[in-house]
Design a protein around this ligand. Structure first.
Ligand SMILES: NC(=O)c1ccc[n+]([C@@H]2O[C@H](COP(=O)([O-])OP(=O)(O)OC[C@H]3O[C@@H](n4cnc5c(N)ncnc54)[C@H](O)[C@@H]3O)[C@@H](O)[C@H]2O)c1
Length: 258
């Protein structure tokens, strides 16, 4: 079940955290995984991990903020494998601040990576998915619960993730009859280098206390782990999810149920 044998997959932001875990799992389930990241060295390390485990993966140069870079990454995959079956739009960045605290350049930077990035990669991928035979493919967007409910002082971040949910729905509806499925995952807080960066940048001097508070925020009493997100991405990418499109799937330790 949930095999991806021979499928050509692109995972953006595959060099770290959730993207790395998704890439490792997809490769273990038989996909050939293109690892797209601005940090090419990190993508190379994940490719080596995949090879060590007996899977197939390779780094592709990708800056999701650059439309031509997204097109070139998809072209590279098609050159190697003849098609693109799965896109995981995972690359993303965060920042802390309410409406008054958010500077225009920070707002623009978040929009460029988290929203333009999903737009660029999805556009390049869907163009290929509708052109290939057999037609179709699966897109999995990594949104966030911050796009569904308000998280304190995540004005720009929540805005971008709300947009990702909306992109998911329109892509799903506009290509529902062309074999393209598009869904998103809305994680709560997940322990990754993303959270470590946040702790160092915004809570230096109180890292441990803040980490404990982040754990305690979830009814389940702890943050999530990347390996608890990757299996849902695998399901959504797989044939078993043939009837799932336009969905927002929450994995948040109960946070939004409270
Ligand atoms: N960690 C969390 O708590 C959490 C919660 C909800 C959603 N998310 C989302 O999950 C996704 C992954 O987060 P993570 O915690 O694994 O982050 P991370 O910082 O560990 O990894 C993100 C990766 O994206 C890459 N990246 C950044 N900008 C890029 C660009 N312009 N082009 C290509 N690659 C780029 C980075 O180099 C890095 O390898 C993000 O979209 C994030 O918003 C994370």
């Amino acid at each position: 079940m949930f095999r991806l044998d021979g499928k050509a997959a692109l995972v953006t932001g595959a060099g770290s955290g959730i993207g790395r875990e998704i890439a490792l799992l997809f490769a273990a389930q038989g996909a050939v995984v293109a690892l797209g990241d601005v940090d090419e060295a990190a993508a190379g390390r994940v490719a080596a991990e995949i090879a060590e485990a007996g899977g197939e993966g390779y780094p592709v140069a990708l800056d999701v903020t650059d439309r031509l870079s997204a097109k070139a990454a998809v072209a590279t995959i098609v050159e190697r494998q003849g098609r693109l079956d799965v896109l995981v739009n995972n690359a993303g960045i965060g920042m802390v601040g309410n409406l008054l605290e958010t500077e225009p350049e920070d707002f623009r930077r978040l929009m460029a990576v988290n929203v333009d990035g999903v737009y660029h990669c999805s556009q390049a991928a869907v163009a290929q998915m509708v052109a290939q035979e057999p037609q179709g493919g699966a897109i999995v967007n990594i949104a966030s619960i911050a796009g569904m409910v308000a998280v304190a002082r995540r004005f720009a971040y929540g805005t971008t993730k709300g947009a990702v949910i909306s992109i998911t729905q329109s892509t799903a509806m506009d290509f529902v009859d062309r074999g393209v499925r598009c869904n998103c995952i809305c994680p709560g807080t997940v322990e990754t280098p993303f959270v470590e960066g946040y702790l160092r940048r915004y809570h230096a001097g109180e890292v441990e206390e803040t980490r404990q508070a982040l754990h305690a925020r979830q009814p389940l009493g702890r943050m999530g782990r990347p390996e608890e997100i990757a299996p849902l991405a695998l399901y959504l990418a797989s044939e078993e999810a043939a009837y799932v499109t336009g969905a927002q799937m929450v994995i948040d330790g109960g946070l939004t149920a409270r």
